[in-house]
Design a protein around this ligand. Structure first.
Ligand code: TMP
Length: 236
């Protein structure tokens, strides 16, 4: 599938048009940002790892009844996806207290939650993706009541499926962020699922194997992405 014009450039990916108006190419970069791009850097080979990890997880989710935008892998850094109308709501699912939840409510990191917590953020870089609630989403028209209900149901289904997939691979799914979009009247899971958008902790040691290593200068950033890639994609 031939790459046409650049449609959009985000912090970690580029999106290119194709000859087919319903399909676009996601190109995964090595660029990394944190804290709404106040911190910038490069994680060598991150684009390759995130492309492969996302492809494996999208495939697994599709096989388990979650419709996604993923069509197929095109190259080491590129996947073909459906062209969606993105809903400007980021959904975060949390299984263990960490990150902004710990900070916002003054809680210590690492306690397992009795059941998942769902959060919604308004996808808007200029505003730093503020936390919003279902009232904001439906009253301001970011999504309909029906869409929001489906988004929440799908997010919890993704959580159950991913935890089942990751458990035998020795990875704890602490939390993650999802995006959804509209495609021909259907709601599809969009974006990527990778160590950029999930917190993965090693089940045996509790070691962080995700972008927190970059955010907080913990070292061994590339090797953490490589390890998640090895466990999820099954390559040595
Ligand atoms: P948080 O604890 O910083 O709110 O992050 C929750 C999850 O969402 C975590 O797995 C990382 C992911 N995330 C993104 O994918 N993009 C973002 O911009 C942020 C802030 C978090």
């Amino acid at each position: 599938m031939e790459k046409r014009e650049l449609l959009y450039e985000g912090k970690a990916k580029q999106v290119y048009a194709t000859v087919d108006p319903d399909l676009v190419i996601q190109y995964f970069k090595d660029d990394a940002t944190a804290f709404n791009a106040q911190k910038r850097g490069t994680i060598v080979n991150k684009g390759r790892y995130n492309n492969a990890i996302s492809a494996s997880l999208f495939r697994y989710l599709e096989e388990h009844g979650v419709p996604t935008h993923f069509v197929r892998t095109l190259s080491e850094r590129e996947m073909l996806v459906r062209r969606l109308e993105i809903i400007p709501v980021e959904v975060v699912v949390r299984n263990v207290i960490a990150g902004s939840l710990a900070k916002r409510l003054g809680l210590s990191e690492g306690r397992e939650l009795p059941r998942p917590i769902l959060e919604h953020y308004y996808k808007n870089d200029a505003l730093g993706d503020p936390l919003i609630n279902p009232w904001h989403i439906t009253v301001l028209g970011f999504a309909s009541e029906g869409e929001l209900e489906e988004i929440n149901r799908r997010a919890l289904q993704v959580n159950d499926s991913l935890r089942t997939f990751l458990q035998p691979r020795g990875l704890i799914l602490v939390d993650f962020k999802l995006e959804f979009g509209r495609f021909q009247g259907r709601l599809l899971l969009a974006d990527e699922i990778s160590p950029d958008t999930c917190r993965f902790w090693d089940a045996a040691s509790g070691e962080k194997l995700d972008k927190d290593r970059f955010r907080f200068d913990l070292g061994n950033v590339e090797s953490a992405y490589a390890e998640v890639h090895r466990r999820i994609c099954g390559v040595a």
